[in-house]
Design a protein around this ligand. Structure first.
Ligand SMILES: [Zn+2]
Length: 461
């Protein structure tokens, strides 16, 4: 089967060019001068549109267990929604329960995803139980193409790791080439602020934000960076949300340390004001780290432009308002932490281009190319070039749309961006050469997606 995408402007991290893209089988076979290609089985007219490498969302929580319930998108609905939004690969987090082995955890996550996904997928491993067996199994995970390990300085009693446990895992990663990913918030201090707030009768969702101040993200980020420096491990800060944390990352990068960070659209487009919405509506915006006062946004955009923030992921972890978010009525600390977003990352980041925050090439870099290189998928993923997987998005930069729960494809009963009018829209999506979105319809299927065994991070020497 061959597909010819003609008349479009091909955008990669390195530049834009007018070219026709020929896809044969699952990969791109050539970029050709416009009009010079021969016949193809399928021809897609991309005149006036951008031809982009498919988005790569490196931070998702599909079917994630949380307090007796699960995040509302599973691997089928979540990856289908991702495809609608122009994302063609996800890296999801397998979650080690305390007392279980990493390899058993990995088997479980394979069982959840196998035969379900619309697009290709990989895994990171959440390490919540550091012991001799776990440390040994980290090597086996690396061999199995799962070479990034997330740890938590937040959530005492659940995922929380002590500095000593973090140090042990970092030593292991420094040895085996793995990457330590860190949720950097000082959870021990935060828990005390939560106790004080609840004791004062402060139970509304906004107090989720007020009890997790940015300084405690900055402190934890600095501490993680110091531990990484001592052990020689590379470090990737997940969902960075605030100026103090960004300052710590910037300072470390200025010294040449292998420290990287991502942010998420919710920190660029939403704020503490949303968390303060009345009548418990703020619960829709509860995630950790929390949405910040609006002043932080400008710094995050600058960080993204200058590469101290390298990637935009979603931290997609949807919980329905009815029945799930409502568990925290009367006690904000019981609101499930997480927001939906897997479908809107590309569209929202394109708004950053229109607003002048990012050049078009940088938009592609932070949503696709750097994710691919950071997590060992490049050049198979993350670019449009001969030999690369034909994961391609034809994007209409002049279409307009209104984000809404009425029209989104995520399995969740609200939109965090309800009513937001935006410019730009995905028109066609290919996953490994197969057209899965076109003409406003989904043509994909569960089980098309394949597991991605990843190489090591490509930014380390
Ligand atoms: Zn997360």
């Amino acid at each position: 089967m061959s597909v010819l995408i003609k008349g479009g402007t091909v955008v990669t991290a390195t530049g834009t060019t007018t070219a026709d893209v020929l896809v044969e089988g699952e990969t791109v076979s050539a970029l050709l001068a416009p009009g010079t290609a021969g016949e193809a089985d399928t021809v897609i007219d991309a005149t006036g549109k951008y031809v982009l490498p498919g988005g790569i969302d490196v931070h998702t929580h599909l079917e994630m267990p949380f307090g007796g319930t699960f995040s509302a998108d599973d691997f089928e609905t979540g990856t289908r929604a991702a495809a609608w939004g122009g994302t063609t690969s996800v890296i999801d987090f397998a979650v080690q329960p305390k007392g279980e082995s990493l390899l058993a955890t990995l088997d479980n996550w394979h069982a959840k995803a196998d035969g379900k996904t619309a697009i290709d997928y990989g895994f990171h491993m959440i390490v919540s139980d550091v012991n001799e067996q776990t440390l040994k199994e980290m090597d086996a995970c690396v061999d199995a193409g799962v070479n990034s390990f997330k740890m938590f300085m937040a959530y005492p009693g659940v995922f929380y790791a002590t500095d000593g446990e973090i140090l042990q895992a970092m030593h292991k990663a420094a040895d085996n080439g793995g990457m330590i990913m860190m949720h950097a918030e000082n959870g021990i201090a935060i828990d005390q602020l939560v106790v004080r707030a609840l004791g004062r009768g402060e139970t509304d969702p906004v107090h989720h934000g007020l009890t997790r101040p940015a300084e405690l993200e900055g402190e934890a980020t600095s501490r993680a960076i110091t531990l990484a420096k001592v052990t020689g491990a590379p470090l990737y800060i997940v969902h960075l949300s605030s100026t103090p944390a960004l300052d710590a990352v910037t300072a470390a990068r200025d010294t040449g340390q292998n420290v990287f960070a991502e942010t998420c659209p919710q920190y660029l487009f939403l704020s503490l004001d949303d968390l303060a919405r009345p009548d418990f509506e703020g619960a829709k915006y509860v995630c950790s780290p929390p949405l910040r006062p609006i002043e932080h946004q400008a710094a995050l955009w600058r960080g993204l432009r200058g590469n101290d923030l390298s990637i935009v992921s979603t931290d997609h972890c949807p919980f329905c308002f009815v029945g799930q978010k409502e568990l925290g009525r009367g006690d904000f600390s019981k609101i499930p932490n997480g927001m939906p977003g897997i479908e809107h990352r590309m569209d929202l980041m394109y708004q950053g281009v229109l607003a002048g925050h990012l050049p078009l090439t940088r938009f592609v870099e932070v949503t696709s190319t750097t994710p691919a290189r950071m997590f060992g998928l490049y050049p198979r993923k993350g670019t449009v070039a001969p030999g690369s997987d034909a994961d391609i998005v034809v994007y209409d930069p002049s279409a307009s749309q209104t984000l809404s729960v009425q029209t989104h494809h995520m399995n969740v009963d609200y939109s965090a961006y309800e009513g937001m009018e935006i410019t730009g829209k995905v028109s066609t999506v290919l996953s490994r050469g197969r057209v899965i979105i076109d003409g406003g319809e989904y043509h994909g299927s569960a089980g098309h997606g394949r597991f991605l065994e990843r190489e090591l991070c490509q930014y380390l020497s």
